[in-house]
Each structure stands twice: as C-alpha cells, then as structure tokens.
Ligand binder design. Sequence first.
Ligand code: SF4
Length: 370
Amino acid sequence: MFSDELKKISWNEIAKIIKNKTNADVCRALSKDKCDIDDFMALVSTAAEPYLEQMAALSHRYTMERFGKTISMFIPLYLTNSCVNGCVYCGFHSKNKSKRTILTYEEMENEFKAIKRLAPFENLLMVTGENPVLAGVPYIAKSLDIAKKYFSSLKIEVMPLDTCEYAELVKHGLTGVICFQETYNRDRYGIYHPYGKKSNFEWRVNGFDRMGMAGVHTIGMGVLIGLEDWRTDCTMMALHLRYLQKHYWKTKYSVNFPRMRTSENGGFQPNVIMSDRELAQVTFAMRIFDHDVDISYSTREPMKMRDNMCKLGVTTMSAGSKTEPGGYYTYPQTLEQFHISDDRSVAEVATAIRNAGLEPVFKDWDMVLQ
Ligand code: SF4
C-alpha cells in the first residue's frame, strides 16, 4: 500500500531537495528523454522558472506525439451535495446549514437528457459528497445503470470505497474513478479534514491501491492547490503516480492540479496562491516527467489559461459545467461546491479549441471495450 511507501518519505526532506535544485539540475532534466523523480523536482523548482519556454516546447512536443491534436471533453454531474465530512475549504461540509439535495433517479435521468441537449458528451463524471447511508454504493450502482443508457464512459468522484465495492461498480459500467488526495502532508492533513471518514489519511491515500486491485480502467489523481506548498505536494503525487504505474500497470492515469476557488463555505482562504505561470510550470513538468498521463483542466481555471494550455500539455477538459446537483435541469438554485471560472458554453469552448488547431473529442471510449 502507498501509505507504507510514504513512511519512507519525509515531506520536509522533499521540500528541501526541491529548494536546493539548481540551473544545472534543470538543464540535465531537460536534456533527458526519460525523467525520474529527481528531474521532476528540478522542473517544479524555482530554478526552472527561467526555462518556462523551453519546458513549454518540450511539453507540446510530447503531447502531440502521444495524444495528437485532440482534447477529450467531459462533463461533471453532481448527484448530491449532501456530505457528512467537514473539509474546511468546501461548501458541502456538514456544518453548512444550507439545504441539501440528493437527486432521485428520475431527476438524474432528466439531467442526463439535459446534458445531451448541451452537446454530444459521452464522457460523464458523476460526483457526490460523502453520504454512505443515503448516497452509498447501491445508489451509485443504480446511477451507473441509468447513465450507461446515455454515455459510453462513466467516471465517478465519490468517497473512497473498498476494493470489492469498486469491483462491483465496474460490473455496473464504471470506467474510471477520480479521487483527490488534497494534500500529501500527513502532519497537516487533519487541519483541513477535522472529522468524518475523510479525516483518515491512510484510508484515503490507499484508496488508489484499492482501485487498482479492483481493475478500474482509469484512475484520476489530484492535489488541491492552495493548502500546502504545491511543489512538494505535486512531487508527492508524481511519486504516487510512479508507484501506481508499477503496481497496476494495466490502468490508465490522469492528473489534475485544481486551484482552490472561493466556495459557498465563505470562510477558508488558500494558504498558498499558485500563479498562472506556476500552473503552467507544473503542467509542463508533469508532461515532461510522464508523456502518457492524461492532464485535465476543469472550468475552475480561467478561460485564457485553458485556451493557452490546451496546446501545451493538457489533454482533457470539462465544459459547460455546473457544480450543484440538478444544475443542468432540475434544481439550479441549490448549493454549489465552488464557483466555476470559465463559464463559456460548450460550443464556445469547442470553438476555442478548434481555433487552437485542435479537435474537441466527445467520444473516445465505448462500453464494448470494457
Ligand atoms: S470536499 Fe468532498 S468530502 Fe469534503 S466536504 Fe466537500 S464534498 Fe464533502
């Protein structure tokens, strides 16, 4: 399990190594065909900042070689904003007294139809807060059963589950799971996740092993930028990615570096601000480190950033997103998780992608391949 690996890694030691990286380390990393974790640390360090153009060119080259001129499009659907956890940065935390919604199966189906009217999306990401009693595995399984009539690729972003539960959901058509570790800083994790099952760091970080053991086709990882030093957190994620690739080599991986946005929670302010240049830097670093990993940008990121980065390393994007349950058809007035930044229509995003010389792809998977 990855928690055993983490015991051998010191957060402070990694932070120190990154801080001490030099121009020579960056040049060495840029000259290699295959980078290791030491090179990744050089590429995310401040020493790499003057090399951003060179990194962008390399990132572009590797992305074109591996993915061609395509951007895979997906859309999230929030099934519920009900949650028993207390993440201090999230509007869905259980002490927020705002009214909660759990979509009925009929409402869900209306959402699917409304999404289909927006654009020919085939990649659906179903998102829930953590409510194992009212929106647990049976609810998710039934949601997958209904969704597969409308979509060919079904991913979920829900509470971490047991191996057998993931395996059960695969039987219902699940193709991928996205889970954000939020931060790998074990000592400070509890500050952000004070109660509920999410407060158990090991349970969450080992969830990726359980997905791999259950044979989930695609595993999506992410750290929430704004909690801890992003250079160290992203390095930890890169280490985790290498570990998973070694142990679950049949699985496909994606990564995400969502920057924290103001939520309905209202109170929590990011501890760390990542600039657009820094987001570009970590995106290039990840692509140079791993030519095959999917890099995803959601509508949390502003339009200009998304339009620029779709040419330089990003391979998957959402568009037209709503972050409240029923946002596409049923209950547009309910509590949303965070405010999106890029609020263009799907057609506008698709046009921008085409203007960049790329093709937005709405279908890149079929259930028959499962
Ligand atoms: S981040 Fe997820 S688990 Fe935490 S409060 Fe929000 S919905 Fe619940």
